[in-house]
Ligand binder design. Sequence first.
Ligand SMILES: [Cu+2]
Length: 342
Amino acid sequence: MAPISLLLLAAAAISAPLIRRSGPAPELYYKNSNGAGAGANNRAAFPQPARHFSSNNGAFNYAGQQQTVYGACSAPAVRREWRSLSQDAQRSYLDAVVCLMRTPSLLTNLSSVSRSVFEDFSYTHFTVVSQVHGTAQFLPWHRTLILLFEFALQDFCDYKGTLPYWDWTKDASAMHKSPVLSDSAFGGNGNGGTPSCVQNGRFSSATVLMGHSSPQCLTRRFDDANGMQAAQYTGDVVRALVQNGGDFANPPAAGNDPLFFIHHAMIDKIWNDWQDENPQLANAYSGNMDSMNPNGNEAKLTDFLVDLPPGGPTNGFTLIPAIQVQETIWSDGGGWFCYIYE
Ligand SMILES: [Cu+2]
């Protein structure tokens, strides 16, 4: 992304009011159960779904899932930037994440695969990593993963809030001063050892599994040597910051770090902002489906989101429900997708 557009985004984030999608409905959007066409003229026709999953059969259960119908989101949840939450709200978010790390896995009872519901997310991400990075599904798939994570916090850990996002542009000039990376929040950089363990914050005693042969400390290795101006916030600089080492730097292991979810909420917000500024392109979707075939251009709005492969150690249990890309294109399109960013 060009530096200038990030500057504009940063400026817009400071003063932007809450924005509902105002562009055209995706042409391929589902029709509702009465057969009525989708779109603004049929707004009231579809009920809000019981959007949370349940676990009463010991697995992620999507029986309550209803298809997304554009315009059916009448009361969107609002996601806020981390530092605009009260201390109490920050604490309850972190409490809920810790709780999810202590909630036994619903995908498998093999502790070598996934030990908790939190790790069900990092395991799923780990397993399908080549199909959801460097591919067309990057934005819709991560949008959905973090939405399900938000639901899991609410369903399994009684979390009353929404998923916060981390506007890292606010921290670009001094990452080590970020309140996100403070003692009372997500903790800061690793200790520089091998592994470079995070030793402060709410997750200093957590152990992580994906991408490691056995459980080990959560690791980070940020490069905070050069203060950055927002104008210098280029892709290379971001890579130096987050890809210098540690779990977050390695896509298969990235889901180990609780920062992953608030970081992807920021990415998701940027997608939203871009759609608002480019309504004629807001439904655009194309590209390759596998990072091993970068020139493929086979992706379609009717593709289903990538899920765990059949078989494997989870005995057919999966996290990602049958959702088509077109259902995810609008964060407040309807059904489960009913949130906006402040
Ligand atoms: Cu990812």
